[in-house]
Design a protein around this ligand. Structure first.
Ligand SMILES: N[C@@H](CCC(=O)N[C@@H](CS)C(=O)NCC(=O)O)C(=O)O
Length: 214
């Protein structure tokens, strides 16, 4: 299997976490002439990473790839089969994918102090705090997002929270998670986890190559 993209992309990281957790043999590849090249656009007309190539199957959109991986490779399921447990996992994923991460990205877009719109920053910070409170309420952090097993929720939450840390550094925010105990414990554990911690380190290395001095 080939996974096209750069690990600092939280969308790519989601897929890498799932592939490693499921012990799927894969290779991380950079599109030869970039993600806007004709060859890459043939695989993903949106020109975005990640793209997955599994034999003749080519897929894009991280959530679709995660579904495919879980359906095809039954080992170490990331979405529990039971309706309620599966929904709980998906709910945590949705909060991070649809709310927390977009608010973080909106702040990331304001990273240049010279071009920063403080009204936008304040509005997005308030929004982000509200979403983090909701995530704090839903998270189990025992030690994984939805319990004692790594799931789809961790594939989404950990890369999103990696970016929260980056935004914190870019904006000089000491504790971007504030006093949220579960989220803080969750990320501390994730950093020590072999798989999640490894991905976090790779994301850190990769983003430092793009934003020097971070
Ligand atoms: N909804 C997509 C989003 C993918 C995405 O936005 N990827 C970014 C990297 S973080 C990208 O490739 N951006 C390049 C561009 O939009 O030109 C997914 O879940 O895979």
């Amino acid at each position: 299997m080939e996974l096209y993209g750069l690990i600092y992309s939280p969308y790519m990281a989601r897929v890498v976490i799932a592939a490693r957790h499921k012990k799927i043999k894969h290779k991380i590849t950079l599109p030869k002439d970039g993600i806007k090249s004709p060859a890459f656009l043939k695989m993903n007309p949106l020109g975005k990473m990640p793209v997955m190539k599994d034999g003749k199957t080519v897929l894009f959109e991280s959530s679709v790839i995660l579904e495919y991986l879980d359906a095809k490779f039954k080992k170490n399921r990331i979405i529990p089969a039971a309706a309620k447990a599966g929904a709980q996992v998906r709910l945590i994923s949705a909060i991070f994918a649809e709310y927390v991460q977009p608010a973080i990205f909106a702040l990331f877009a304001q990273r240049d102090p010279a071009k920063r719109d403080m009204a936008v920053v304040e509005a997005k910070q308030a929004e982000l705090n509200r979403f983090l409170d909701i995530a704090e309420g839903l998270l189990l952090a025992k030690p994984y997002a939805a319990g004692n097993k790594l799931t789809h929720a961790d594939c989404v939450a950990v890369p999103a929270l990696f970016f929260l840390d980056i935004v914190g550094r870019l904006f000089g925010i000491q504790k971007p998670l504030g006093d949220r105990k579960k989220l803080s414990r969750y990320m501390a554990k994730a950093r020590k986890d072999k798989l999640l911690g490894g991905v976090l380190k790779e994301m850190e290395q990769a983003i430092k190559a793009v934003i020097p001095g971070l």
